[in-house]
Every structure is written in C-alpha cells, then in structure tokens.
Design a protein around this ligand. Structure first.
Ligand code: NI
Length: 192
C-alpha cells in the first residue's frame, strides 16, 4: 500500500473523460488500496482515479467525517467502479466544497439533493442505491471527476474571477498542501 501524488487542476488528465474499468484490470485491488491510503493521508472524503493521474472510471469515498458532523446516515468506505448517476430530484442546495486537486479553494456549489447511482463495487458486483444530502453531494463531486468536470466549473463569472489568482498559484506550484502533490513537469516555471 502506498500514498500516491495528487495531480492539480491544470493537469490534462483531470479534463479527459475516464475510460471504463475492466474486471481483470491488472493490480486493481492494490490500486484501490492505494487510493484509500492517498485519500486518508490527505484527510479527503473522496478521491477519483484521474486525481492520481489514472484515467479510469473509479472513485473511492469515505464521507463519515462529514455525515456524522451533519447528523446524516454514514456509509463508511465505498468503492465506485464504472458508476452512472441519475438525478432524481429537481431540488438543489448550496454547500461549500473543496477538492484535493484544488488546494486552498473552497466555494459554494449548487447540486441536486437526491441521486440514484448504479456502479460496481470492488468485487465487481453490480449495485444500485439512492442517496441524498452530503453523501449524494460527495458522490456527485467524485463522479464529475470521471467526466472531466471540476467543481469550479459551476462557479459564476464573479466567483471565477475571485479565485483566478489562487488558480495561478496552484498552476505555478507555489501553493503548498499538507499532502503529496504531483510535481510539475521538468523545466516548468515554478513561480516565486
Ligand atoms: Ni475533487
């Protein structure tokens, strides 16, 4: 088991739609364990494979820290392979989100309250569940990563302008995180 470096928002892998995971994918279980190690090390509640530079439709979640705090139902660690999410309520709500690929940025995002998710678990058993509240929010955030979408994409022009400087700092590698970020490519201007 090992902690993997997390790629930041300007890495193209975060913008590519992730490809499906095959049941016989080599070392899949080890990769999933590494994803959990990486997520817990960074105190994250979710981590999608593209965030560690792997363009596969797979994410891990453990949102108990949030759901317990919010007095909602807790589901423990979960592995979601080749997921599909359908919105089943028109009701939306705002809450502040962050992302391990966007260190130091937290912004309000408007998301549907209730969703249905179909996926395969880590034993490749098909599952279907309905979730709402914070857990549904985390699932939607991670699912977006598999589609090449980041939570900052939902911000209006005004909020986008306010975070522009912070994004530039992430891009030039001058933002530090208390977890391991993927190094910028060789010869990249490191900023200040
Ligand atoms: Ni994220």
């Amino acid at each position: 088991m090992s902690v993997l470096p997390v790629v930041t928002y300007d890495d193209p892998v975060l913008r590519n739609p992730a490809g499906p995971v095959e049941p016989d994918h080599p070392d899949l279980q080890t990769f999933i364990d590494d994803m959990f190690d990486t997520m817990y090390e960074a105190n994250g509640v979710g981590l999608a494979a593209p965030q560690v530079g792997v363009s596969l439709a797979l994410f891990v979640v453990d949102a108990d820290a949030i759901t317990e705090e919010e007095e909602e139902e807790s589901f423990g660690p979960g592995v979601f392979i080749n997921p599909e999410i359908k919105t089943i309520s028109q009701q939306k709500w705002d809450a502040e989100e962050g992302c391990l690929s966007l260190p130091e940025i937290r912004e309000k995002v408007n998301r549907p309250e209730t969703i249905r998710i179909r996926y395969y678990d880590r034993d490749f058993q098909p599952r279907e569940e309905v979730h709402d509240g914070w857990y549904a929010r985390v699932l939607q955030h991670e699912y977006d990563h598999l589609k090449g979408v980041l939570f900052i994409d939902y911000l209006g022009a005004f909020r986008k302008r306010l975070i522009r400087k912070k994004l530039e700092e992430i891009r030039t590698g001058s933002v530090k995180a208390d977890y391991r970020l993927a190094p910028k490519p060789e010869g990249f201007n490191q900023g200040r």
